[in-house]
Design a protein around this ligand. Structure first.
Ligand SMILES: [Zn+2]
Length: 144
C-alpha cells in the first residue's frame, strides 16, 4: 500500500517536471512531505497528523467547494501536488516573511499560546502555503 503510494507520487512528479529530484525519506513513517523549492527537490514521507490533514482538507474545500466530491484525487496525491506547487510558485521575495511566520507560529505553539489546530490553520494560510495549494487545485481541475 505505502509502496503503491510512493510509485504513484513519483509518476505524478515526473510527469509534471522531470527535473524534480525525488527523495524517499529514510524515516518515511515519522516524516511528512516536504520540499526545497530552490533545489527542486521533494522529500516523500507518510507522516501527517489528523489535525494537519483536516486543516488542509478544510482549506481546499474553502478555496474550491466540494473539491473531493468533484475530482477523483486522493488526499495523498493532492498533498504531493501541493509540494510540486511550492516549486512552481516559489517566490524568493516572500521567503523571509514566510520563515519568520513559521518560526513565530512554532514559538507560540511551544509556549502553549495557540493550539496545534490554530497553528495549522494559520500555517496553511501563509502566502507561500496557499499559493502551493491553489496551484495543486488548479492542476487537478485541468488534469484529473
Ligand atoms: Zn506546503
Amino acid at each position: 500500500m505505502k509502496n503503491k503510494k510512493l510509485i504513484e507520487a513519483k509518476k505524478l512528479i515526473k510527469s509534471i517536471d522531470n527535473d524534480i529530484q525525488i527523495i524517499v525519506e529514510r524515516h518515511k513513517y515519522t516524516r511528512g512531505l516536504t520540499c526545497e523549492p530552490t533545489e527542486k527537490r521533494i522529500y516523500l514521507g507518510f507522516r501527517a497528523t489528523k489535525i494537519e490533514n483536516q486543516t488542509f482538507i478544510d482549506l481546499v474545500n474553502e478555496l474550491e467547494p466540494n473539491f473531493f466530491q468533484k475530482y477523483k484525487v486522493s488526499l495523498w496525491l493532492l498533498s504531493v501536488l501541493h509540494e510540486i506547487g511550492h516549486i512552481q510558485t516559489h517566490d524568493e521575495e516572500l521567503e523571509e516573511d514566510y520563515n519568520f511566520c513559521v518560526d513565530f507560529l512554532n514559538e507560540l505553539k511551544l509556549n502553549n499560546e495557540i493550539t496545534e489546530k490554530e497553528q495549522n490553520e494559520y500555517y496553511v494560510r501563509l502566502d507561500l502555503e496557499q499559493m502551493a495549494t491553489q496551484w495543486a487545485i488548479d492542476y487537478v481541475k485541468k488534469a484529473f
